[in-house]
Design a protein around this ligand. Sequence first.
Ligand code: PMP
Length: 309
Amino acid sequence: MSAPSTRFAFFGDRIAPIAEATVSVMTHALHYGTAVFGGMRGYWNAEQEQLYVFRPHDHFTRFLQSGKLLRMPLAYTPAGLTEIVSALLRAEGFRENCYIRPLAYISEPTISVRVHDLASAVTIFAMPFGSYIANEEGAHVAFSAWRRVDDNAIPARGKIAGAYVNSALSSTDVRLAGYDEALVLNDDGHVSEMSSANFFIVRDGVAITPPVQSNVLEGIVRRSVIQLLRDELGVSVLERNIDRSEVYLADESFMCGTGVQIAAITRIEHRAIGSGSMGDITTRLRDLFFDVVAGKVERYRSWLVPVYT
Ligand code: PMP
């Protein structure tokens, strides 16, 4: 995922040319993974000539909480960071869907394995962005042999850079084996989430997703999906443990997150899920979601921050 169209970054407390946004090889975060990040999307609405950032306040609240888990003294607010993102996107002038990446990292050039009393910095950049996975309407997934990192090892509800070694190992393993994405189990054998997305199944018309205590990232799209299913589609949602065998027996399944958006899972380890093609609830949810993020559903406009005035 190169970023040829990225011209600027928020760096050193100003919007700077991307070429100036560089760090030393001695940076603590580069050695120890002591950084936290976010990932949000901007959706271009051509009719309205507007770029909408999806739930930036919620993303930045989680971003600052992730920083808190790493004892980072970040002197920002969600509102302030949202203004910075708007200014950055206006500078880029994007008139297409894009991805926004905030990063807070321990910036000191220090050889010391600790997180306290160290300086940190925040940077943000953005790039045009389309699909994250190839088969959004029919992904073929497999269980990874790597277990999900436990909250007592690295805080799972924080988006902590070092923890993504776990995600990368899981994803690479199954993708090299020919699948689209990895489903990851907790140490107790229950389903946690995808390598970088949350996970749902549908059984007998009820949507089921692992609870927030199962080492999942508390996804902003997961939260949105639960609300849309309940309030708009009249589908009950259960947050409870999911056994491995329930996935094989599910009627429908999908993954959700900022990158994957809502992607149907139609096969697991060469077994069809349900009919083997995208199910009715997943189809309706995706259609609604894409309308919501593009600013086409008035009721959910409060989830969006327009970039252009
Ligand atoms: N779980 C993991 C491990 C992730 O990396 C992501 C992507 N941020 C998600 C879930 C989905 O989170 P969100 O909906 O906030 O993007």
